[in-house]
Design a protein around this ligand. Structure first.
Ligand SMILES: *Cc1c(COP(=O)(O)O)cnc(C)c1O
Length: 404
């Protein structure tokens, strides 16, 4: 018991927020100025985001979920439409499609990358398909070249879920800049954080204008524009029926200040991942994140596959008993790591296995066998900027002891 308490005290978390004193102090600016809502700091954060990603426009919102939701609304996607979504992702990728009244069409993933299996994509396109929503999961870019070719062939919009995609590149192009829109998250589990927060990137000016209106009740002018105008005492018109999905200036100050060390944050995550890669490369029972030519991994998390040879073969044969047995073994390993003071998590969940989607779409786990296996056999290890060498030593030592 004592030993457990001791280990828990020095527990290595799956992620830890690491802010500099300057970043912490930055939130005092808007608090002291009295301008708390979307204003000059939001504008500054958006400008830095565009510069870093290479997008023409960036629009800050309350979360990545809001970013995805607004993008679907701005495209006019709704009842009668279908949107293609990978089966293994955070639930919000699918929930936003449900919330605009469209139908989610799942596609299975590739177990090497955990991303959408583009070879299965074209078979899911129907006359009702309006958009593809690829996810750059854990910071590894989805295979955008063939995906964009399919989108072009069928005239589909592409909205990239780049929640984990900070610093992720696909042949030197930042993710979130391939489709009509990219959506980023500033949840504390992500590389840049504003507590809650999100960003939409787009090269389409009309689309950006529409997003800015939709995030702000549908108003044609922002509060800041109104205050700076000749007649700040008059209210604007509302050409859209929007909600309030604006980021505060307090959050934006925090995000904008972190952007000053954006490159350093990405580089540090890559250095940590490289060390894990080197230490774990000879473990046959653990598949480390894919290293692919031309893809710059952002390592939002270090997602591995437990017993990959057995797991992949179980997915191919849809052997649910084998998958259940592997799942028990993985869970026992996670428990051992937990006891040793090391936090781990399943990399994310298979959305079609969550009860809402199972019930509403009548889906079984084995309908998307690779997502099923990823759900049951993946494991993320601690990786975050500010992780100390001694902390990483401990994780490496415990993993190298083996899983039994
Ligand atoms: C974190 C995450 C989201 C949700 O981001 P929020 O900012 O919390 O709304 C969506 N999709 C993926 C793939 C994520 O990892």
């Amino acid at each position: 018991m004592e030993k457990f308490a001791e280990a828990a005290e020095q527990r290595i978390p799956i992620a830890r927020t690491s802010l500099t004193e300057e970043e912490i102090q930055s939130v005092l600016g808007p608090l002291r100025s009295g301008w708390l809502v979307q204003g000059p700091h939001v504008h500054e954060f958006e400008e830095k985001w565009s510069q870093f990603t290479g997008a023409k426009h960036s629009v800050a919102v309350t979360s990545c979920t809001s970013a995805l939701h607004l993008s679907l609304l701005a495209l006019g996607i709704g009842p009668g439409d279908e949107v293609i979504v990978p089966a293994f992702t955070w639930v919000s990728t699918a929930n936003v499609v449900e919330r605009v009244g469209a139908k989610v069409v799942f596609v299975d993933i590739d177990l090497l990358t955990f991303n959408i299996d583009v070879s299965q994509l074209e078979g899911k396109v129907t006359p009702r398909t309006r958009a593809i929503l690829p996810v750059h999961l854990f910071g590894l870019a989805a295979d955008m070249k063939p995906l964009m070719a399919i989108a072009e062939k069928y005239q589909l919009s592409v909205i990239e879920d780049a929640a984990c995609g900070f610093g992720s590149t696909y042949f030197d192009q930042h993710v979130g800049t391939f489709g009509t829109a990219g959506s980023f998250s500033f949840h504390p589990r992500k590389a840049i954080t504003t507590g809650e927060g999100g960003m939409v990137t787009t090269d389409d000016e009309d689309f950006a204008v529409k997003l800015r209106q939709l995030r702000d009740h549908g108003a044609e002018a922002t509060d800041l524009q109104r205050h700076l105008s000749a007649k700040p005492f008059l209210l604007p018109d509302f050409p859209e029926a929007g909600l309030n999905q604006r980021m505060t200036d307090i959050q934006a100050a925090l995000g904008s200040t972190q952007m000053n060390r954006a490159k350093e944050i990405v580089a540090e995550r890559r250095t940590l991942a490289k060390r894990y890669d080197e230490e774990f490369d000879d473990l046959q029972w653990l598949q480390t994140p894919a290293r692919l030519d031309g893809l710059g991994h952002g390592y939002q998390s270090y997602a591995c596959l437990f017993k990959p040879a057995e797991a992949i073969s179980a997915a191919e044969s849809r052997d649910t008993q084998k998958i259940a047995a592997l799942n028990q073994e993985r869970n026992a390993w996670m428990e051992r790591l937990h006891r040793a003071g090391i936090s781990t998590r399943p990399a994310t969940h298979a959305v079609h296995m969550l009860s809402y989607y199972g019930n509403h779409y009548g889906l079984a786990a084995e309908d998307f066998p690779s997502a099923f296996v990823a759900n049951d056999c993946s494991i993320s290890l601690p990786l975050f900027h500010g992780m100390e060498e001694g902390e990483q030593d401990r994780v490496i030592g415990e993993v190298q002891k083996g899983y039994f």
